[in-house]
Ligand binder design. Structure first.
Ligand code: NDP
Length: 298
């Protein structure tokens, strides 16, 4: 068997186009309520090259969707008070509906304090405890973007996830835990695995849906996978290549697993593409919620 490749690039482009349509609709207003322009503020502290690439891509895609994009770059040695003051200003700024602080932050800053300072209504990364708690309680919440992207990719293969056996490998606040909650909302039966889990291979072998969010290159092997399963690879690992450059590999041994799985995401070109597209979705949803508009159709 050779798995169907889930084209994250294409699915993300379709999603961005749908967001752009909805942005145009809310900008027009409905004749009674005046139009609004959703706005996203991204805060980058320091000069980490990978973070700079992500922030640039967020800026470009936000503008391409017709939204306002605000970039704030602070030096590596910024005082925490200064960063918190900027967040407070963005919380009050009526042109800003989404605030994203690019992680990781320099070690001198307390990530938890910084995230807690963001207005939960503008927390488009879905990391504020209010949103994490609401998601865990099955309530409406802004959810982290990468897990949202994983669900959309899975639903490009399966219209309904109800009753399916899913395994999520990894339990971070950014990916694994919120993904588990989103899968529960879809009525999947979920196993969550982590570094202390025993018999991971056997646990995977029962799963119809396998999500790998570990950060270990090609850890999930072909003989772990139930034939026909859908495999979503969240991992982004940079390995040295023969020509001195780096190459990206996922947490899944793609060549082996694609011989057994029914559908699989590639790395790159899979989940990574969806993360920024879902950030746009969250910004649009936040803007509509803040202005009391109906939930957008994305
Ligand atoms: P973290 O390091 O925060 O979490 C990794 C998780 O994997 C932990 O829960 C850890 O368990 C678990 N783990 C580690 N080793 C093993 C093992 N041998 N067996 C089973 N579980 C293990 O990483 P993130 O969740 O932030 O990211 C995971 C991967 O996803 C990374 O490669 C990252 O680059 C990528 N990523 C990709 C994104 C995208 O847009 N595509 C966005 C975000 C992340 P424990 O809790 O016990 O320590």
């Amino acid at each position: 068997m050779t798995a169907r490749i889930i084209d994250g690039k294409l699915i993300a482009a379709e999603l961005r186009a749908r967001v752009a349509d909805e942005v145009a609709r809310v900008q027009r207003g409905d004749g009674i309520t005046p139009g609004i322009t959703p706005g996203l503020a991204v805060v980058l502290v320091g000069s980490d090259p990978a973070s700079q690439v992500y922030v640039r891509s967020k800026h470009k895609q936000t503008q391409a969707a017709g939204m306002a994009s605000f970039e704030h770059v602070l030096p590596d040695d910024v005082a925490q008070g200064e960063l918190l003051a900027l967040i407070a200003r963005l919380n009050r700024d009526t042109a800003v509906h989404g605030i994203l602080v690019q992680l990781p932050l320099p070690k001198t800053l307390n990530t938890e304090t910084v995230i807690n300072a963001i207005d939960p209504a503008k927390d488009v990364d879905g990391l504020h405890p209010n949103n994490a708690g609401r998601l865990a309680g099955g309530l409406a919440a802004l959810s982290p973007c990468t897990p949202l992207g994983c669900i959309i990719l899975t639903k490009s293969v399966h219209a309904s996830l109800e009753g399916m056996n899913a395994i999520v490998i990894g339990r971070s606040n950014l990916v694994g835990r919120p993904l588990v909650q989103l899968l529960l909302n879809e009525n999947a039966t979920v196993t969550i695995a982590h570094s202390r889990s025993r018999e991971l291979k056997q646990l995977c072998a029962r799963a119809d849906l396998v999500y790998a969010a570990v950060g270990k290159p090609e850890m999930v092997r072909g003989d772990w996978i139930k034939p026909g399963a859908t495999v979503i690879d969240v991992g982004i690992n940079r390995l040295p290549d023969t020509d001195g450059k780096t190459r990206l590999v996922g947490d899944v041994a793609f060549a082996e697993v694609s011989q057994v799985a029914g559908a699989i995401t590639p790395v790159p070109g899979g989940v990574g593409q969806m993360t920024v597209a879902c950030l746009l979705v969250n910004t649009l949803r936040a803007a509509c919620a803040i202005h009391g508009l109906p939930k957008p159709a994305v």
